[in-house]
Design a protein around this ligand. Sequence first.
Ligand SMILES: NC(=O)c1ccc[n+]([C@@H]2O[C@H](COP(=O)([O-])OP(=O)(O)OC[C@H]3O[C@@H](n4cnc5c(N)ncnc54)[C@H](OP(=O)(O)O)[C@@H]3O)[C@@H](O)[C@H]2O)c1
Length: 226
Amino acid sequence: MSTILITGANRGIGLEFAKQFHAEGWKVWATSRSISNAGELIGIISYENVIELDVSQSDQVIAMENQLREQNVKLHCLINNAGVMTDRVGIDKVSQDDMVQAFKVNSASPVMLVQTLLPMLKSGCKIVNISSLMGSITDNSSGGYYSYRMSKAALNMAVKSMSQDLRRKNISVFAFHPGWVRTRMGSLIAPVSTKKSVNGMMHILDQLSMSDTGKFYNFKGEELPW
Ligand SMILES: NC(=O)c1ccc[n+]([C@@H]2O[C@H](COP(=O)([O-])OP(=O)(O)OC[C@H]3O[C@@H](n4cnc5c(N)ncnc54)[C@H](OP(=O)(O)O)[C@@H]3O)[C@@H](O)[C@H]2O)c1
């Protein structure tokens, strides 16, 4: 049975990933910042497979690694999904605190998670980082959203570096844009459902191999510009 770990899986895109991978017969480990907010997730996978994790807290990342190692978990896939949009403002309102917080969660945490979990990533493992088209420098024609755009652009750079560093371990690393999705972050007016977005990303993931490592795709399978 293939095994996956998904971060930020108590709601939104992460929850849908947990649902669909579980339905496809994967053993799903999933994290939630607070177990008390993970009711829906616990209704899908068993309580023992839900781990309380704030991805920006290194002590919690280490505790999770201990828990997984004690159970001899080996991962075929890791989805760095947890993310925040700390502001939606322009140059007049952006703050350093918002930028630092976004960078911690969206850019640094996925890298620290990979570093910590590296011994349990199997040869052939695929690491998916949920980025955003808003992190594409080429695509930015409307400005604003400094914290979010900058933190996702930094994540994209991390994807490229990790893809180089992990190539010799036969581990592939990708950045995915899930589309504009109806979640708390995406809002109710977003055109894409979590079901459609995740279904699309899972389909692409299935097709990708080591020869595609270090690339950026949307949920329709189109390669995106950095
Ligand atoms: N929705 C879109 O249109 C869209 C577009 C492009 C990219 N994305 C990306 O897709 C990913 C999922 O977003 P979503 O739309 O599903 O948003 P969401 O509904 O707001 O869910 C975000 C998830 O991330 C978790 N999270 C936030 N900060 C965390 C932290 N410090 N530690 C652990 N978990 C944390 C949240 O946990 P809590 O419930 O505890 O807050 C929640 O589970 C994000 O990386 C986002 O940037 C979304």
